[in-house]
Design a protein around this ligand. Structure first.
Ligand code: S3P
Length: 443
């Protein structure tokens, strides 16, 4: 399901102090994985807290197309009756993953070692994004791939008949590449090994462990070495999806930049592979308290209490980029309200997300009065303790770009508009009511 073809202009205005509780939806990364692993498991996987955004609903539809029974039984509550490792049936139609890079890349991995053929497509944003980074390692398992020029969608994969296990060193820090290879390795005999120089989000490894697969991560001089033993019999697990730290970042940012604000954000994942933004914000002097730190559904979570206060610019080291890769757009907004330079290093991957996020933020922030420098793999914001506003930013079919500018407008001198807020439904369908409930003036 792609979001509405019609553009949905939105804008936000300087708001009074934000207050109250922000109940963030389920984690997008974990939601995709819960549906896919549930589909690869014989028996019933019960999921609670699933993110019901368009990206995840597209993955649910895809899992049905591959033969799993996927049912919604209540709000965020889903049941998946899977077909087992290697049990996917050939889909009758084309698999449309809409806007979701995670969806298409993980599903390609999950089917690449089963002897069936599937064709994948997506919206205008997804059709521009690189897929060779996934199909190259998948071909090592023995599948055949056809794609548009440059490995772009639509892509057709003819799954391997006798898959061979693979050892693969990821060329860029990407949990999607790692996960696609591991999911393909499930239906290959022997050991599939992924080596990553910088650790990336580890939800696939955690969830595979929960489902009973043998998967080991070793920290070596080469980086993280993840070894999966193929052909496991996955056992259904109840999955309680924690709240998404990448979505929490938006109300957290709003509370930090709107004077007088204090909000509470319960039950947010504090998985160390996703925690880079919070570490950076604390370095900037942000008033954030982590309460009730606990474990839920195999992931560390905490309740956040966030208060407005003065912020200073910082330098974010390249090694931290993977642990906050989706949070740089909103960090660049926060950096405008800090005093001094914020330098974001090692962020070249932002150029191949739902949009070129360095460019989209730099252009939109400059139009609204900020000073922003960019190189191929860095972005620098000259923080001036505030933002003028007054201009319309282009969201480029990118949910996080749209939300970032709407948050900026809550604290800028003049309103800020975005040309199209409809992509927000891919990851955070209740963004507007949630922000309004905290006192934000936007719509
Ligand atoms: C994701 C991994 C990240 C992230 C994306 C979700 C995942 O992409 O940007 O939103 O669920 O594995 P890369 O792994 O390609 O950096």
């Amino acid at each position: 399901m792609s979001h509405s073809a019609e553009a949905l202009p939105m804008s936000s205005r300087r708001s009074g102090p934000l207050s109250g509780e922000a109940r963030i939806p389920g984690d997008k990364s974990i939601s995709h994985r819960a549906l896919i692993l549930g589909a690869l498991t014989v028996g019933e996987t019960h999921i609670t807290g699933l993110l019901e955004g368009e990206d995840v609903l597209d993955t649910a539809k895809a899992m049905r197309a591959f033969g799993a029974k996927v049912e919604r039984v209540g709000e965020g509550e889903w049941r998946v009756n899977g077909v087992g490792v290697g049990g996917f049936t050939e889909p009758e139609g084309v698999i449309d993953c809409g806007n979701s890079g995670t969806g298409v890349r993980l599903i390609m991995g999950a089917m690449a070692t089963t002897p069936i053929t599937a064709t994948f497509t997506g919206d205008a944003s997804l059709s521009k994004r690189p897929m060779a980074r996934i199909t190259d390692p998948l071909q090592l398992f023995g599948c055949e791939v056809t794609s548009r020029e440059g490995g772009r969608l639509p892509v057709t994969i003819k799954g391997a008949v006798d898959a061979a296990p693979v050892t693969y060193r990821t060329p860029v820090a990407s949990a999607q590449i790692k996960s696609a290879v591991l999911l393909a390795g499930l239906n290959a005999p022997g050991q599939t090994v992924v080596i990553e120089a910088e650790p990336t989000r580890d939800h696939t490894e955690r969830m595979l462990t929960g489902f009973g697969a043998q998967i080991v991560t070793e920290v070596t001089d080469e980086g993280h070495v993840i070894t999966l033993t193929g052909r496991p019999e996955l056992k259904p697990q109840p999955i309680a999806v924690p709240r998404d730290p990448s979505s929490a970042a938006f109300p957290v940012a709003a509370a930090l930049i709107v004077p007088g604000s204090e909000i509470r954000v319960p039950g947010v994942s504090r998985n160390p592979t996703r925690d880079g933004l919070f570490i950076t914000l604390l370095e900037m002097g942000a008033d954030i308290r982590f309460e009730n730190e606990r474990e839920e559904g195999g992931e560390p979570v905490a309740d956040l209490v966030v208060r407005h206060g003065p912020l200073k610019g910082v330098e974010v080291p390249a090694e931290r980029a993977a642990s906050m890769i989706d949070e740089f757009p909103i960090l660049s907004v926060i950096a405008c309200f800090a005093e001094g330079l914020t330098v974001m290093n090692g962020v070249a991957e932002l150029r191949v997300k739902e949009s070129d996020r360095i460019d989209a933020m730099a252009v939109g922030l400059r139009a609204n009065g900020a000073r922003v420098d960019e190189t191929r793999d860095s972005m620098t914001v000259h923080g001036m303790g505030g933002l003028k506003g007054g201009a319309t930013a282009t969201s480029h079919l990118d949910h996080r770009i749209a939300m970032s500018f709407l948050i900026a407008g809550l604290a800028s001198e003049q309103p800020i508009s975005v040309d199209d807020g409809s992509p927000i439904a891919t990851s955070f369908p209740d963004f507007l009511p949630l922000m309004k409930g905290l006192g934000g003036d936007l719509g």
